[in-house]
Write a protein that binds this ligand. Structure first.
Ligand code: 8X3
Length: 241
């Protein structure tokens, strides 16, 4: 790869907001490393983008997988200038706290906050060298409590605190943005409900309007497209009705 396009890493890139973000960034002139656990699911996405998308296996809950990410990048893909921390889930969520094993709740924390920290830590040297940009996908659940979603809210409030503090730590050296979406229509809810399509359909149908993954990808691109003296700190994004 010899072109001068800037390089971004997107986690959780195999579907939903992650895949839409890969599409948007490649379309806007980035080369994108699309990272997710299931590399087979990244192949179709990568095939759409030819040389401008590199699929790579990444399990953010696996310390070795995250820590080795920079070394696993091929030459020409190592000067990462942006990281979009999108990997996250709410498996078992929308359930009263006592009704599920605590391990389920801790698994949400493990992916949504520990995973985000692992990948950010691994890529921090490259991002600092590039005077780069971290974009964390938070949630409205990071500033407002949602009923029966205590672990998810805890994880997203943590993402909000992590993002705010990281922005201070790296002021002048690296930009940090948090995007906080309201309800986005993806496979997120079906995964949350262990594949129950009908329950997911009912959940999204309860909202008059839902955001689409492309709406959030456009917000990521907006944040990344600002001139160097502008930091989009937080974007709270809601469906219009
Ligand atoms: C999105 C949370 O409950 O709107 O982060 O699907 S929910």
């Amino acid at each position: 790869m010899t072109d001068e396009r800037p390089i971004a890493v997107v986690t959780g890139a195999s579907a939903g907001i992650g895949a839409a973000t890969v599409d948007a960034l490649v379309g806007a002139g980035w080369n994108v490393i699309a990272a997710a656990r299931r590399i087979d699911r990244l192949q179709e996405l990568a095939a759409r983008h030819g040389d401008h998308c590199l699929p790579i296996a990444l399990d953010v809950t696996d310390a070795a997988s995250a820590a080795s990410l920079p070394q696993r990048l091929p030459e020409g893909w190592r000067a990462v200038a942006a990281l979009v921390n999108n990997a996250g889930h709410d498996i078992g969520g929308k359930t009263p706290f006592e009704e599920r094993p605590v391990a389920d709740w801790i698994a949400i924390i493990e992916t949504n906050i520990s995973g985000m920290m692992r990948v950010t830590h691994a890529l921090a040297p490259a991002l600092l060298a590039a005077r780069g940009h971290v974009v964390n996908i938070g949630s409205i659940a990071g500033v407002t409590a949602l009923a029966n979603d205590s672990a998810y809210c805890a994880s997203k409030f943590a993402v909000n605190g992590f993002s705010k503090a990281l922005r201070l730590d790296y002021s002048g050296r690296m930009r940090v943005t948090e995007i906080l979406p309201g309800v986005v229509e993806t496979e997120f809810d079906r995964v949350r409900r262990h594949g129950d399509d009908e329950a997911a359909r009912r959940f999204y149908a309860a909202f008059a309007r839902r955001l689409q993954p492309e709406d959030i990808a456009a917000c990521v691109l907006f944040a990344l497209s600002q001139p160097a003296h502008v930091t989009i700190a937080e974007l709270l994004v809601m469906p219009s009705a």
